[in-house]
Design a protein around this ligand. Structure first.
Ligand SMILES: *Cc1c(COP(=O)(O)O)cnc(C)c1O
Length: 454
């Protein structure tokens, strides 16, 4: 193992250069702060995307709002916007304090993307946005609409027939497939979802019930993407949603930030130099948490600190950023198995596009054990009556980690935050869960209760 060559160096050389890799290889929990994190002003100079791109995505979603409201009546109350609530979780914070024997100053909120309409996960942001973007491109190109039209007319049968000539394909661990599949099928497209081996049976069943073709692979996510891309590229009428490299997905996720800002304003929650904001985001390939982080940095700049959370068995973004080799390395290269209960985060190789874009904007990454995710799942259910899938709990211990780890303490000191923590707001991004069938959720819950009692 030590002599295996990974991206030009032996593993022995890598671990000598970055000792934390030893801990990653033995699947210990770690907390890593990004040595390249820099001021917003400096960091943003190196990024090709900017607030105009996010604004453009935001406006596109507004154009589609009447269309969404017509296709999905559950979105009518938000006028066709797909947006999630944010809630204070003081009970859960008390439970965390007890569980980990740790004082936790500041207030804690949960951003409930678990309860986003249509797809029940954060993928309802990026995935649906990209399908809509493609739909608008096709409709404009074929003269079906102008940008000033009421897009709800695209729900007419003649347009459904038009879209049915085209295919949309995607590789997924489950939730992206649900989001793209449900949306595309509803618009009228033919849809093919390439599922990795970790994808849950109920997700495949749900998609098939909507007329989506599901192709299963015995391999992990990266392979499902690779195969899907190949098959789609061979068909000129097919469009592939590329989770590893898509700017559209990324921008769809980024729109979350301005909407969050509005919610915080409504709750009278101030974010400024004296009132820092900490956000903890579960990370798979990186697009979801990356897009949200990018959007948040554009708005709150140096006053927001974003950390990614990965399973101890799938720390792909951490390895990619740490080694600066991004998508040239996988967790499997380092002998880590990429097997985790957090199926939404079961990704062995990160998005190079996201890792590079966030190179100077991301504050850090920590890892979480599966057992802890289950324990947090049942505790969240008992204390707040909120039911999440295991992946979605990964952001929840972030607040604890920030006070319990030496690198985190140093980070707070370095950025003059130590004396401001009583004024801080912590947001755990709950990325999925509301579509999980009851029997599956009961199993998760019982496992959490069992683990807490033993
Ligand atoms: C996909 C997903 C994530 C992470 O998003 P990536 O874009 O893969 O990093 C987190 N949580 C859940 C529940 C997901 O489905």
């Amino acid at each position: 193992m030590k002599n295996r060559i990974v991206a030009g160096k032996t593993i022995a050389q890598w671990t000598k250069e970055f000792p934390i890799i030893e801990d990653l290889m033995s699947t210990k929990e770690v907390f890593w702060t990004n040595p390249k994190y820099s001021s917003f002003e400096e960091a943003i100079k190196k990024v090709a995307l900017n607030e105009c791109h996010v604004k453009d995505a935001e406006e596109r979603l507004l154009r589609f709002a009447p269309f969404i409201a017509k296709l999905f009546p559950e979105t009518v109350k938000l006028n066709g916007l797909i947006e999630s609530p944010i809630v204070k979780i003081s009970n859960m914070k008390n439970e965390l304090s007890k569980m980990f024997n740790q004082k936790l100053p500041g207030q804690m909120l949960l951003k409930c993307d678990s309860h986003l309409a249509i797809a029940g996960s954060i993928k309802a942001r990026g995935g649906i946005y990209e399908v809509l973007k493609h739909t608008e491109d096709l409709a404009l190109e074929h003269g079906l609409i102008t940008v000033n039209d009421d897009y709800s007319k695209l729900t007419d049968e003649k347009y459904r027939k038009f879209f049915n000539q085209f295919t949309i394909q995607v590789g997924s661990t489950g939730n992206l497939g649900l989001s793209i599949g449900i949306m595309s099928a509803k618009i009228g497209y033919k849809v093919v979802v390439h599922m990795s081996s970790d994808a849950k049976q109920w997700k495949k069943n749900l998609l098939r019930s909507k007329g989506v073709t599901v192709i299963e692979y015995a391999f992990d996510y990266s392979k499902a993407v690779e195969e899907g891309r190949k098959i789609s590229d061979a068909d000129p009428m097919s469009y592939f949603v590329d989770d590893e490299n898509s700017t559209n997905l990324f921008l769809g996720y980024a729109v979350a930030a301005s909407r969050l800002k509005k919610q915080l304003d409504e709750m009278n929650i101030v974010v400024d130099k004296e009132h820092p904001l900490f956000v903890y985001l579960p990370c798979g390939v990186g697009g979801g948490p990356g897009g949200v982080t990018f959007g948040l940095k554009l708005i709150f700049k140096d006053d927001v600190h974003c950390f990614f959370a990965e399973p101890t068995h799938s720390p792909c973004m951490l390895l990619g950023m740490l080694t600066n080799k991004h998508d040239e390395v996988s967790v499997q290269d380092f002998g880590i198995d990429n097997i985790t209960a957090a199926d939404g985060l079961a990704v062995g190789k990160p998005s190079g596009f996201v890792g590079k874009t966030l190179e100077n904007l991301l504050s850090g990454v920590y890892t979480v054990q599966d057992d802890k995710l289950y324990m947090l799942l049942s505790t969240m259910a008992d204390s707040e009556n909120i039911y999440l899938e295991p992946s979605a709990l990964a952001g929840v211990p972030g607040i604890v980690n920030l006070f319990k780890n030496e690198p985190a303490t140093e980070y707070l000191k370095k950025h003059n935050l130590s004396d401001k923590m009583n004024n801080a707001t912590h947001i755990a991004w709950a990325t999925g869960g509301s579509l999980v069938p009851k029997d599956v959720m009961d199993e998760y819950y019982n496992k959490g209760v069992y683990l807490r009692n033993c």
